[in-house]
Design a protein around this ligand. Structure first.
Ligand SMILES: Nc1ncnc2c1ncn2[C@@H]1O[C@H](COP(=O)(O)OP(=O)(O)O)[C@@H](O)[C@H]1O
Ligand SMILES: [Mg+2]
Length: 269
């Protein structure tokens, strides 16, 4: 049967011998498999949901357009916007699938410059919201990376911070070397997220609030793409609430050593 909740009998799993050990291994594997299957189900449901809403709006618009009451161009504009939205959604979904499917070709890359460029780009949008960005950089540091993918991961996190922060609180972007890693923190001064939302932030299509979303806001793919991209670099990403308030998002990447010792350290996918 396909019962994902099946586990070893407690008496067996409690045994101290080899058989007990095996039973516990089996149980933890079954639990991981169950979580994986559940998260895939959730993702498929989310994709279907995300595709359905713009399609429903398209249908309404095309019905209204048929009425021929002189507002045809308004409806056609709406139809065009929904098509663009669907197109973006599909493109992002494909990006996510590709990032998960195979390794990225990685090149030696100076990370401080990459972050710097993303910060400079984001300053315009930040200024429009009256938000300032405090950027703290270490001396130049190398990673094995894909410039476009890394920049877009950082950009996704930073733009979230700009969108959610309280404009009176600056956003802090800090890059530092820590042993054989490079750590990048992006902290905003917004409301943060409810604790029970934290474990889901990096799931595709997950949004804390689904309603009242202004036009042009994301589809909940930004952080999942960032995570897939950082993982393709052998790094990690995590989020937690900051004190007194705000969201802290931390990313780390393995540091590439200077030419001489140059390990082509390729991350396991
Ligand atoms: N800095 C932040 N402060 C508060 N909430 C955030 C922040 N960043 C992300 N979130 C929440 O996490 C959700 C997922 O983020 P993301 O994957 O980038 O999707 P979106 O397309 O909605 O930006 C967002 O919808 C938002 O609810
Ligand atoms: Mg986003």
């Amino acid at each position: 049967g396909g019962d994902l909740r099946a586990r070893m009998p407690p008496a067996l799993a409690a045994r101290a011998d080899e058989l007990g050990h095996l039973a516990r291994d089996f149980d933890s594997m079954a639990a991981r498999l169950e979580a994986l299957v559940r998260s895939r189900e959730r993702m498929l449901r989310n994709i279907a949901h995300e595709l359905r809403s713009p399609l429903a709006r398209l249908q309404v618009s095309s019905e209204l357009a048929r009425r021929d009451d002189g507002r045809l161009s308004v409806q056609l504009d709406r139809i065009e916007r929904e098509i663009e939205r669907l197109d973006g959604l599909v493109a992002h979904t494909l990006t996510l699938a590709r990032l998960g499917a195979k390794g990225l070709p990685l090149q030696p890359l100076e990370l401080v410059g990459v972050v710097q460029a993303v910060v400079e780009d984001a300053r315009f949008e930040a200024a429009a919201r009256g938000v300032s960005i405090e950027w703290t950089a270490p001396p130049p540091a190398m990673v094995m990376g894909d410039r476009v993918r890394l920049a877009s991961a950082i950009d996704n996190v930073l733009r979230n911070a700009i969108r959610h922060t309280d404009p009176d609180a600056p956003i802090r972007v800090t890059l530092r070397t820590a042993g054989d890693r490079l750590e990048l923190d992006i902290v905003d001064g917004g409301p943060g997220v409810p604790p029970d939302a934290l474990p889901h932030l990096f799931e595709p299509f997950y949004r804390v609030r689904d309603d009242g979303r202004p036009d042009g806001e994301g589809s909940g793919l930004g952080l999942s793409i960032a995570m897939a991209s950082i993982a393709a670099h052998g790094g990690g990403i995590a989020a937690r609430n900051a004190l007194p308030h705000g969201l802290w998002v931390g990313m780390w990447l393995p540091r590439a050593m200077a030419q001489a010792s140059a390990p082509t350290r390729r991350a396991a996918a």
